[in-house]
Design a protein around this ligand. Structure first.
Ligand code: HEC
Ligand code: HEC
Ligand code: HEC
Length: 102
C-alpha cells in the first residue's frame, strides 16, 4: 500500500482492506478521490458526481448507447452517482463482488 494511504488508514481502518476484490484506484492514493484538508463536497470528495469515476473510467458512445467499462450504462446514469445508485457502493473494495458491491 502507498505510504500516504497508510497514514490515512491508521484512523480509517475500514478502508484498508484487504478486500477479495480490490479497487485498483486505491493504488493511486486516497487523494485521487478525497481532499483530506477539506472540500465543498460531502465526504471530502474531489468531485460530487460521476466525474469522480469518469476521470479513470472512460465513457464511450456507441450506436446510441453510453458504455462505461464496456457495459451499457444508458439508463443507469440518471439514477444517481456511481456509488449511490445501488451499483458500486463498495468503492474502496468489495468482499463479495468484482463490480464493487456490498
Ligand atoms: C475511487 C475513489 C475513492 C478512493 C481512491 C478512496 N475513496 Fe473514500 N470514498 C469514496 C466515495 C465515493 C465515498 C462516498 C461513499 C458514500 O457516500 O457512500 C467515500 C467515502 C469515504 C469515507 C466516509 C465513510 C464511507 O465509507 O462512506 C472515508 C472515511 C473514506 N472514504 C476514506 C478513504 C481512505 C482512507 C482512502 C484511501 C485508503 C479512500 N477513501 C480512497 C471514494 C474513494
Ligand atoms: C488522526 C486520525 C485521522 C487521520 C490520520 C485521517 N483521518 Fe480522515 N477523519 C478522521 C476523523 C476523526 C474524521 C471525522 C469522523 C468521521 O467522519 O469518521 C475524519 C473524516 C474523514 C472523511 C469524511 C468522512 C465523512 O463521513 O464525511 C474522509 C473522506 C477522510 N477523513 C479521509 C481521510 C484521508 C484521505 C486521510 C489521509 C490523507 C485521512 N482521512 C486521515 C480521522 C483521521
Ligand atoms: C484513479 C483512477 C480510478 C478512479 C478515480 C476510479 N477507478 Fe474504478 N478502477 C480503476 C482501475 C485501474 C480499475 C481496474 C481496471 C478496470 O477494470 O478498468 C478499476 C476497476 C473498477 C471496477 C471493477 C470493474 C470490473 O468489473 O472489473 C469498478 C466497478 C469501478 N472501478 C468503479 C469505480 C467507481 C464507481 C469510481 C468512482 C467512485 C471509480 N471506479 C473511480 C481506476 C479508477
Amino acid at each position: 500500500m502507498l505510504a500516504q494511504n497508510e497514514t490515512c488508514t491508521e484512523c480509517h481502518d475500514t478502508q484498508r482492506g484487504p478486500h477479495v476484490f480490490e479497487h485498483e484506484a486505491m493504488r493511486e492514493g486516497c487523494t485521487s478521490c478525497h481532499h483530506p484538508h477539506g472540500s465543498v463536497n460531502d465526504k471530502l470528495l474531489t468531485q460530487r458526481n460521476s466525474t469522480l469515476c469518469l476521470k479513470c473510467h472512460f465513457q464511450q458512445q456507441s450506436g446510441g448507447l453510453i458504455l462505461i467499462g464496456g457495459q451499457d450504462h444508458t439508463s443507469l446514469l440518471s439514477r444517481g452517482t456511481c456509488w449511490s445508485a445501488g451499483c458500486h457502493e463498495a468503492v474502496h473494495g468489495s468482499q463479495v463482488n468484482s463490480s464493487l458491491r456490498y
